[in-house]
Design a protein around this ligand. Sequence first.
Ligand code: PEP
Length: 261
Amino acid sequence: MNTRRTMLVANWKMNKTVVEAVGWLNTFYPQAAERAAQQELVEVAVCAPFTVLHPLYVALRRLNSKVKLGAQDVFWQERGAFTGEISAEMLQEFRTKYVICGHSERRVLLQESSEMVSRKCGAAVKAGITPILCVGESISVRRGGLLLQWLEAQLYESLAFWDNQETIVVAYEPVWAIGTGQSATAADAEQACGYIRQVLRERAGEMADHISILYGGGVTPENIGELLDCPNVDGALVGGASLDPDAFGKIVLAGCKEQPK
Ligand code: PEP
């Protein structure tokens, strides 16, 4: 039987100072993280700004916590004259387990291409960091009936680095649902995540059944249950609601009730 863990991943984006980040952890930890830690099939991660990775790393070690650290970006070169960038090795220093690659805010605002995203994912896996590859369509693509073609093309281009064996996570994040408070329905999320798994299966065979596919876009404590009930939705990437430790705690607790898929 194939068993995929339920992953609940916070994406803090450009939010939280050191004091705020540690304060968040102190509130979140006792109510949700301990419970999640007892369940081997639930993985909780926080993708934080670079500036708070070290203090969180220290705080998580002090708590002997199973909550994992994630970053929100990485550069594809190992070192050199790349002002403002950060390497996978630098992220490794804080036991960063995940890195978000190709978030739509970077694809849209900073014109990150799928080729760049693929190179970033490749640098991450080389350093032993699991990329959380984000794909998703704009509202015009969806209205134009081009959802599946769009997802397939974005996946193929962004996964050019992949040898079909390395561990990756894919997040389906419809651009129109991100930060808008307008979530996809569970049926929409299942359709897209199911299609992503089909594309991964064409590419990597049975390996696709072991890849966690997350949904992201307007996830809240209210809608997480129905999203996680979808057979191909293995977890959630949570932006706005993850900033509040109580709300993210409720989302994690909902994940703890899920049966493994
Ligand atoms: C995100 O940015 O990854 C995200 C899912 O945002 P939100 O939950 O705020 O829609």
